[in-house]
Design a protein around this ligand. Structure first.
Ligand SMILES: Cc1cc2nc3c(=O)[nH]c(=O)nc-3n(C[C@H](O)[C@H](O)[C@H](O)COP(=O)(O)O)c2cc1C
Length: 261
């Protein structure tokens, strides 16, 4: 197969899109995207997808972060139920460490999701993932009739991007601090500072948090960082320094769906 430079421009030009045109996504386009999604490598085909184009459902799902102009909203599911049915047909009973099957399912679902995202880009659509799906497992289970042994990993808003939305390519850590030949790099203070500089200066230059008014409040202590200096490293730190995000521990949500973890 010859190299395809178009693939590289799709990967490098992609950015999350959160505003979509009022233009439906045709059935055949969606089918093409979904088919490409499931061409991803798999461990055990443990991923299923549920999706809706129903604007009322999409509106209800704004509580988990769905953007109002989304045209298709999909959820990537870890699906142990289908595997167990196949095993039953073969006369076998599932007997495995659920945590590890879940791990494999997460891998399968993540790879399908990335394929869907890139396939959508390739067909001129834009998308953004929604990480809150697991926290809304009860609502999603009811809305989409998701049975036990099936768990929503992540959501995806899809549509034709609205050119009026101001977006930029977001920074990443420099490659040398993320990919290491032969030996893991245990980052020195200078390495960490180099990572932080790229991320903080990149987001500040794009006015990212000011434009979105997106500072995470501190539950305790005085917040003496204003928008001139508030950037990605402070933001990501605040996400992970104030306890969990769910009303009950994360594993409880998996147990609600019948996972033995
Ligand atoms: C697992 C996951 C969950 C995400 N959840 C959300 C979300 O709930 N809302 C949102 O606006 N963006 C969400 N994003 C998008 C990220 O904010 C975005 O990918 C990141 O800021 C990098 O920007 P880029 O995609 O434009 O390169 C999520 C991304 C991932 C991988």
């Amino acid at each position: 197969m010859s190299p395809d430079p178009n693939l590289f421009s799709i990967i490098h030009d992609r950015r999350s899109m959160r505003q979509f045109l009022d233009k439906p996504v045709p059935e055949e386009v969606l089918e093409k995207i979904l088919t490409a999604g499931f061409r991803a490598p798999f461990a055990a085909q443990l991923c299923s997808i549920v999706y809706t184009r129903d604007s009322k459902k999409i509106d209800t799902l704004r509580q988990l972060g769905a953007y109002p102009t989304t045209k298709v909203l999909m959820f990537f599911l870890v699906d142990l139920r289908r595997l167990e049915k196949i095993m039953k047909q073969r006369g076998h009973t599932y007997d495995f460490d659920d945590s590890y099957t879940l791990w494999l399912g997460l891998e399968d679902a993540s790879l399908v999701a990335e394929n869907v995202i890139l396939a959508a880009e390739g067909l001129g659509l834009g998308s953004v993932l929604l990480g809150a799906a697991p926290y809304f497992v009860e609502l999603l289970a009811e809305m989409f009739k998701i049975p036990k042994r099936v768990f929503p990993i992540v959501g995806l808003c899809l549509g034709y991007p609205d050119p009026a939305e101001h977006t930029e390519i977001r920074p990443r850590f420099p490659l040398e601090y993320s990919a290491y030949q032969d030996e893991y790099l245990d980052h020195s203070t200078a390495d960490i500072e180099a990572c932080m500089r790229v991320m903080d200066e990149g987001y500040l230059a794009q006015n990212y948090y000011v434009e979105r008014n997106a500072k995470i409040p501190l539950a305790k202590g005085k917040d003496d960082i204003d928008y001139d200096t508030y950037s990605w490293c402070e933001h990501i730190s605040r996400k992970f320094c104030q306890g969990g995000w769910a009303k009950y521990p994360f594993l409880e949500m998996l147990r609600l769906q019948g996972f033995d973890v």
